[in-house]
Design a protein around this ligand. Sequence first.
Ligand SMILES: [Zn+2]
Ligand SMILES: [Zn+2]
Length: 275
Amino acid sequence: MNAWIDHEAAIRLYLLMGGFGVVAVWEALAPRRRPIPAAGWRWTVNIGLTVLLSIVVGLAFPVLSVGAALFAERHGFGVLPMAALPAAVEFVIAFVLLDLARYAEHALLHRVPWLWRLHRVHHSDPQYDCTTALRFHPVEPLVTVALHLAVIIALGASPLAVLAFESVAIVMGLFTHGNVRVPQALDRALRVVIVTPDLHRVHHSAFAAEAGRNFGAIFAWWDRLFGTHQAQPAHGHERMAVGLADVAPHEAASLAWILAAPFMPSRTVTAASPD
Ligand SMILES: [Zn+2]
Ligand SMILES: [Zn+2]
């Protein structure tokens, strides 16, 4: 198992690049909305933010998720091992609970004003495609990764469950942000269990009320369970506006503005989106 920890960063990178390539090609062949010009400055900004974020995470955290799971295993931390369940059952429970934690964390990012200042960078993208999945303020993971590591240790999730969850989460992040056309029947079947691009696009609506819906990352059932589910955007997928109404296009396109925005006086910051 220890071999995995040495390769954790490489596995993430390969999944990110492979998933990105597949979704980018899918977007070009079968776009859900008007095709968005590929590459260009917006892509540079969004990809650049992920590079910056990776540097911050690398400097701030001595271990990533699998490392935290190995740490918990070595020291006997966490509630799951106490139940002494069969390994397969424990794996499934850990996977599902990690996604529930991701849901709760995402709802917090919207509801706690200083967290929303960071997370709104993700929502400030005036377009919606696979690079939106890469657009996060580099300070946001100082909160989200720390929370995620704490949850892994508190659960005592197995390294294998964590690796599986992280891998699926990376691919799902790219898929759900894709400007990709999913056949309607397939979308209907998928969204019974998992988040689809149409579901997560509602969350990127310029209407604050719609942005306060569909927090789910992998499983779609948390939003239904906790009353934050919205099946479709009010204006339809082709016509809906994505992004933030109070962010000008030149601001959303400026790396300097994006990096400084969370620390600017509050007059430039919208309230956390209501539910
Ligand atoms: Zn959000
Ligand atoms: Zn998103």
